[in-house]
Design a protein around this ligand. Structure first.
Ligand SMILES: *Cc1c(COP(=O)(O)O)cnc(C)c1O
Length: 442
């Protein structure tokens, strides 16, 4: 006899609670959660639970599935590649998916980024950038360049290099004592001039000790979709270049049209990064895959003799499955004019979030491209519960909307249907308005 959805649900939740440790989750509260979400299937912009209820996926499954779930062309590319070759080492072996992907990626990358180092996820893409910068300078006779500059509110991933660069206090605090030297500049989201002034001061004081400035271009995602003007990037590029410091742009979240153009950093036309990191939407949310793009100048700094090589790599770097899917992602962007779709849909997104400005209990709202956020008046900030009240109510109305503390945000698939987007925006505006009103008059 087939097992009922209800029994299956009960069984899976029991197994989960016995053994699974969830990311970013206080587990005793989780164990007490009576009815956790159990998702069985995802298609387009919708998640389906075991009982057949469905939810609009407002954050494209942790910011990855920019083409929606289960895009038939990505599924096809993955299954075809799986039949031919799932994996082979990239050390010293050429394979078609990696070779063609590197070339196709360079073709759409900002000018000057001609070399591609593959890795597994956003965190490793940043690790590559960090290690490469330090070794590069050591081999250029500047071994003292091993400090990094980052921004308050930055998020660059979870392995130790990115943790060191992380400017979100709750994520970094337990590891403060064991991570590398990083100096934090004020976030340009709190004022471009103050951030630039701090950068200039840091560079004047220790310009010869810094290897790189690492930034999330225009949107500090995990800090709560905090946004800043492109002017910061242009001027930061100019200042770092003057002091021989590399500029690393972390496009793991912002890349692939999330803010409009392919790369958020290209909104600052004169900002030519030395290193660009890509992940998340890079493989359409289908499997982990990332890349670090660098200039020829950096690349040739590792040539000459064996002692200069970059002895670094991950078992699955450039893996054929990920590379085949990432190639197909780029092809879909071309064939379905994905960037144009995103730019068109950004307008209703902006209008909806703008309509929240000034309502009770709402501190501020902002939007850039297909990213938009609203900050609730919540005295306890990130650890407060207002965001989770919005989450619960939106879920009841068929929208999956995981908050970042008191920030409620959306970054849906760029391919979301107009009608689904309309529904998503209506629910967000209604629920945020309700919860905001209750905060204003408790
Ligand atoms: C998510 C994210 C990362 C880390 O990527 P993972 O795939 O989770 O390792 C790095 N940088 C930015 C800007 C991100 O949003």
């Amino acid at each position: 006899m087939p097992i009922s959805a209800q029994d299956l649900r009960r069984e899976l939740v029991a197994l989960d609670k016995q053994h699974v440790w969830h990311p970013y989750t206080e587990m005793s509260a989780w164990l007490e959660t009576a009815e956790p979400l159990v998702i069985a299937r995802a298609e387009g912009s919708r998640l389906y639970d075991l009982d057949g209820r469905h939810y609009l996926d407002a954050n494209a499954s942790w910011w990855t599935s920019l083409l929606g779930h289960g895009h038939p062309r990505l599924v096809q590319a993955l299954t075809q590649q799986a039949r031919e070759m799932a994996h082979v080492a990239l050390a010293g072996i050429v394979h078609e998916p990696a070779a063609r992907l590197a070339s196709e990626l360079v073709a759409v990358a900002p000018d000057g980024l001609n070399r591609v180092f593959f890795s597994d996820d956003g965190s490793t893409a940043i690790e590559v950038a960090v290690k490469l910068a330090v070794q590069y300078f050591a081999q250029q006779g500047q071994p003292q360049r091993r400090r990094f500059l980052s921004l308050v509110g930055a998020f660059h991933g979870e392995t130790l290099g990115p943790t060191a660069l992380g400017g979100v206090d709750v994520f970094r605090r337990p590891f403060n004592q064991i991570v590398m030297q990083v100096d934090f500049l004020p976030s340009p989201a709190d004022g471009v001039e103050a951030a630039l002034e701090a950068l200039e001061q840091a560079l004047t004081a220790r310009g010869r000790e810094y290897a790189a400035l690492v930034v999330e271009p225009l949107v500090q995602g995990s800090a709560g979709m905090r946004m800043y003007p492109s002017e910061f990037l242009s001027r930061a590029r100019e200042l770092t270049a003057r002091h021989g410091v590399l500029l690393v742009v972390d496009e793991v979240f912002t890349g692939y049209g999330r803010t409009g153009p392919m790369w958020a950093s290209s909104r600052a036309p004169d900002c030519r990064p030395d290193i660009l990191c890509v992940g998340k939407g890079f493989s359409g949310g289908m499997l982990p895959m990332a890349a670090t793009l660098v200039t020829d100048q950096l690349f040739f700094g590792f040539c000459g003799d064996r002692s200069r090589a970059f002895y670094y790599g991950h078992t699955f770097c450039g893996n054929p499955l990920g590379a085949a899917v990432a190639r197909e992602v780029l092809a879909v962007y071309r064939d379905e004019a994905i960037l144009q779709q995103g730019i068109r849909k950004a307008e209703p997104v902006r209008l909806a979030f703008e309509s929240l400005l000034g309502r009770p209990g709402i501190r501020t709202a902002r939007a850039l491209g297909m990213v938009a956020a609203v900050e609730l008046e919540e005295p306890s900030g990130y650890l407060g519960s207002a965001g989770w009240r919005v989450y619960a109510e939106a879920l009841r109305r068929g929208v999956y909307l995981r908050p970042l503390g008191n920030v409620v945000y959306i970054c849906p698939a760029l391919t979301i249907d107009d009608s689904d987007l309309g529904e998503l925006l209506n629910v967000v505006v209604d629920v945020v308005t309700e919860v905001g009103a209750s905060l204003a008059s408790p």
